[in-house]
Design a protein around this ligand. Structure first.
Ligand code: SAJ
Length: 439
């Protein structure tokens, strides 16, 4: 029996032991899904607090119920450690580590490199390794493969199998989960694709094999670049409609009645989160090495990055209309998270809006039911105002930045002196209302 056949058999009988490197919002749900499928899973993370929590059967990820973790730990299906040496006793490894951008806009590959260096120390014949972290096309083959082959003199596609499978986790979503979201997977060689797909199909509802790791890496970037560019387009539509004196929200609602060939996106104060603003820049960065300028990505990024400044300019104009200089005006920013109904502030445009308002001399406060405190880009620590309606009444301008569902918008509209609504949170009540201006 070849190494490949033996490994596939171990995977299909769930005898293969699994390790997940990186136990964040991608790795922990994946560890649970493999555990629930019947594998013995060892979660490995340098953060001892995460490891301790899991050992105690506790979840720290919103989407993973503690009961599930406790059950798997109890059944001996889920273990956790900070020690990468645990890899020497497993056959299947999935890497789910962060891939942020540096301040310079270059990819920060340090997490992938350190995880791969650790993994390389313990590589042995009969292993399958899958990278899930979003990255530029070529990472699996150019960065990971040499390290994994050189350390123990193993040959990919013969002694071990290496693939890429993009994570598609959308924190807080309940309809599409790690288990039922279709999973693209592509290997360094055909046999790598086959072995990796054989592993993942034991635990996930739908696996979609592609011919190479690069195809899988690129599929992920297409998914998120598609979103970033369309958000950029609709933001530019908002700017053009304002110049034309046309209501962009009405235009989008009308276009969205088209039952085919159109997908609705909505304008806003900018692009937040750790995926959409960042992933496409991995692609444009990589293309520079091929002397190719990814113009759509650059332009959309420019438009999206400028939206906080555009919103602050509109607030200044609106206050001016009411005889109020922005300088010295009390501005209450409503909603600081990067998107509605979550507690994540990473790359949130609210931080840019607050900083720009303060730079113009406005007296800025914020409220967000999910974000009790925040630190602005300028390093200022702010607390969410304790009494929302009092703050609304006292503000010269309420700037709706993130339209959380929990807000009582009719009450806010009634109590406010003036509102700039960057999300159409007020809906029809905000249209042609003298107390409201909107994107
Ligand atoms: N945004 C707009 N207008 C839109 C949609 C989004 O301004 O029409 C803004 C949001 O306010 C936010 C940013 O863009 O600031 C990103 O929003 P998002 O809805 O794309 O949410 P994310 O960043 O959580 O994206 C994730 C991604 N999931 C993965 O990468 C696995 C993305 O691929 C999903 O499509 C998205 O969730 C989703 O659909 O919820």
């Amino acid at each position: 029996m070849s190494v490949k056949e033996k490994l596939i058999q171990q995977l299909q009988t769930k005898q293969a032991r699994v390790a997940i490197l990186g136990l964040g919002y991608v790795g922990l749900p994946l560890a649970v899904v493999f555990g629930e499928a019947g594998f013995v899973v060892t979660g490995i993370d340098p953060d001892a607090r995460k490891v301790e929590a899991l050992k105690q059967g506790r979840s720290y990820i919103q989407d993973v119920p503690t009961e599930k973790v406790a059950q798997l730990v109890q059944a001996g299906k889920l273990k956790a450690t900070t020690d990468f040496a645990a890899i020497k006793d497993v056959e299947a490894v999935s890497i789910c580590v962060p891939t942020p951008l540096r301040k310079t806009g270059d990819p920060d590959m340090s997490y992938i490199i350190s995880a791969t260096d650790e993994l390389a120390k313990y590589m042995h014949q009969g292993m399958v390794v899958v990278l899930e972290s979003t990255t530029y096309p070529g990472t699996t083959r150019e960065v990971m493969l040499p390290k994994l082959e050189q350390s123990q003199g193993l040959k990919v596609g013969k002694d071990f199998f290496l693939a890429f499978s993009p994570e598609r986790v959308d924190p807080g979503r309940e309809d599409w989960t790690t288990y039922n979201t279709p999973k693209v997977i592509g290997g360094i060689t055909e046999d790598c694709s086959e072995v990796a797909a054989a592993w993942y199909s034991q635990a996930l509802e739908t696996v979609f094999p592609v011919s190479s790791a690069e195809a899988a890496e690129m599929a992920k970037l297409l998914e998120n670049t598609f979103r970033m560019i369309n958000i950029g387009l609709v933001n530019e539509m908002a700017i053009m409609c304002e110049r034309l004196g046309v209501d962009v929200w009405e235009v989008i609602e009308a276009a969205a009645t088209k039952p085919f060939g159109f997908m609705k996106f909505t304008p806003g104060p900018g692009l937040g989160g750790h995926c959409i603003p960042i992933d496409p820049l991995y692609l444009s960065w990589k293309m520079k090495a091929f002397n190719y300028n990814a113009r759509f990505i650059e332009l959309a990024s420019e438009i999206n990055t400028n939206m906080p400044r555009y919103v602050v300019g509109r607030v200044m104009e609106a206050l001016n209309e009411r005889g109020l200089p922005l300088k010295g005006s009390k501005c209450l920013v409503l909603g600081a998270a990067y998107k509605p109904d979550i507690d994540d502030i990473r790359e949130s445009p609210a931080l840019d809006v607050i900083g720009l308002l303060e730079k113009k001399g406005a007296l800025v406060s914020y409220h967000d039911p999910y974000i009790s405190t925040l630190t602005t880009h300028e390093g200022k620590v702010m607390e969410s105002v304790p009494d929302l309606m009092q703050a609304v009444r006292e503000a010269d301008c309420v700037v709706i930045v993130t339209n959380h569902k929990v807000y009582d918008y009719p009450a806010i509209l009634k109590a406010a002196k003036f509102i700039f609504d960057s999300r159409n949170a007020l809906g029809k009540a905000g249209k042609a209302n003298p107390k409201v201006a909107r994107l």
